[in-house]
Design a protein around this ligand. Structure first.
Ligand code: ADP
Length: 473
């Protein structure tokens, strides 16, 4: 099995930080070193040129001064640089070195360069003098920086100084840079790590709080400390998510409590009736009556389970996009037909006021359930002699379907809850009518997945009007 190495973000960020900083420091070091080196070489060039000029001037401007004297005098003047001075006698026509003049030179043999270099030096202007770097082990362990200054023909003043000092200075610079670089890297990575950890601290806090949050306790929230940054936004999003979860879990708990309670009532009734009838021998009719009432209770249980299954099916289909157009007026007519019998039995008049035909996108059987629940409620809660009116018309870009009755009405304080599952206004009445308190939840859920809204207006004792507004595509 492959083991995945877990590295913290702060560790990774610090590594990145060190890597980038190292690259920057190396680049800066290279630029600094090169700049310093070029500067030092320029300084050397200035010095050797100054020395060469001095030798030449001493010889040229002081009558009777020999080259040897001029060299010795200049060497004395510039002794801190320990210059290597010689005057080369060069025949430009023959391209031949005729002799080399040295004075007080303890470093041995003269340094004779190739004739091409002397030719070039001989012809050079003042601004294009020949500078060169020469390695001559016999003279010095370090290379020499040389300048060739053409004097009066056939003399060329050749002055050099050792790279020793420059090399030492560069080495010192290198050592300082390496130490300074390491120090900067160390300090910067410690500081960077500290800052990164500080910035990520709320994330750690979020993690530890998140660990404490369980389905049993969703009341915990993470303190965003009023941060307006990305972490604050993350914490707020997380808190909102937990709040939504808390709400859902509460709803689920409430729902399962309600379901058990609603199923328990008919089951208790069944058990009670059976226990009573079994206490002693009874007549056949008594048994039949009990069985009838047991059957009714089982119908109720069946209805509750059917409704719940229907709701869960509809809710899981919440994201469906309906493609088929259905005609609501046809559905309404079908439902009215199926309920005519029961409304007649209750002496409630069913009236269709207007029924406009417009196709809406939806599912036929779900919409049939919506219409049927509203209509059966209207009939159920309207006393004998009352009226239920159905209306369907187009308004703006919506299709309005309404069911109005002259029934018992719903008290104002109950209106906000009537779409809740298992909510019934009058428990004893619902028991009589066989209501489960799920009818309007189904209406609301079906309306929701069709993008429709449901409105209710009611006056206690006078009647109720439900209106569903379907968007017309
Ligand atoms: P039930 O199965 O009990 O009818 P519903 O969810 O369909 O459950 O309705 C919830 C409650 O709303 C009912 O108990 C009832 O009191 C009230 N209600 C619904 N429709 C009407 C109506 N047309 N007139 C008066 N009350 C109504």
């Amino acid at each position: 099995m492959k083991i995945k190495k877990v590295r913290s973000i702060s560790f990774k960020l610090t590594l990145w930080y060190i890597a980038i900083l190292t690259i920057i420091l190396i680049l800066a070091g290279v630029f600094l070193y090169q700049g310093f080196r070029v500067n030092l070489v320029n300084e050397m060039d200035e010095t050797i040129l100054e020395i060469a000029n001095e030798v030449y001037d001493s010889w040229k401007w002081h009558r009777g001064v020999t080259w040897e004297e001029a060299i010795l005098e200049t060497k004395e003047e510039f002794k801190v640089h320990r210059p290597f001075i010689q005057v080369v006698k060069f025949d430009d026509d023959e391209k031949e070195v005729m002799g080399v003049i040295q004075a007080g030179e303890k470093r041995g043999e003269p340094l004779v360069l190739d004739t091409r270099t002397y030719c070039k030096a001989e012809r050079a202007d003042i601004d294009e003098l020949v500078y060169l770097k020469v390695k001559e082990k016999k003279l010095s362990a370090y290379p020499l920086r040389l300048v060739l200054l053409p004097g009066k023909d056939p003399y060329i003043v050749q002055v050099g100084i050792s790279f020793e000092e420059t090399a030492m200075a560069l080495r010192r610079l290198m050592i300082i840079m390496v130490f300074a670089g390491l120090l900067i890297l160390g300090l910067a990575s410690a500081g960077g790590n500290f800052i990164i950890r500080k910035a990520l601290k709320p994330v750690q806090k979020t993690v530890s709080t998140a660990k404490e949050i369980t389905a049993d306790d969703l009341s915990l929230r993470i303190d965003s400390e009023n941060r307006g940054d990305e972490i604050g936004a993350l914490v707020n999003t997380f808190n909102e998510m937990i709040a939504r979860l808390e709400k859902s879990v509460k709803k689920i708990k409430q729902f399962s409590g309600d379901v058990s309670h609603e199923l328990r009532t008919p089951l208790t009734n069944i058990r009670g009736e059976i226990e009573v009838i079994l206490r002693k021998d009874r007549k056949k009719e008594k048994y039949q009556n009990t069985l009838k009432s047991v059957l009714e209770e089982t119908y109720k249980i069946e209805k509750i389970i059917d409704d719940l299954l229907f709701l869960s099916r509809v809710e899981s289909a919440e994201k469906i996009k309906f493609k088929k157009g259905v005609l609501l007026d046809e559905i309404v007519l079908r439902v009215v037909e199926s309920q005519e019998q029961s409304s007649k039995e209750q002496n409630v008049e069913l009236v269709i006021k207007k029924l406009k035909s417009y196709p809406i996108k939806g599912n036929e059987s779900l919409l049939e359930r919506l219409v049927s629940n509203l209509l059966s409620n209207a009939v159920k809660y309207t006393p004998s002699g009352g009226k239920v009116e159905i209306n369907m018309e187009k308004k703006d870009s919506s299709l309005l379907f309404s069911v109005m009755d002259t029934g018992v009405g719903i008290p104002q304080e109950s209106l906000p809850y009537i779409f809740d599952r298992f909510y019934v206004v009058d428990k004893s009445r619902s028991r009589e009518t066989g209501g489960t308190g799920l009818g309007l939840s189904i209406v609301k859920t079906v309306a929701d997945i069709h993008g429709a809204s449901v409105n209710v207006q009611s006056q206690k004792g006078q009647g109720t009007a439900f209106q569903v507004r379907f968007p017309l595509s």
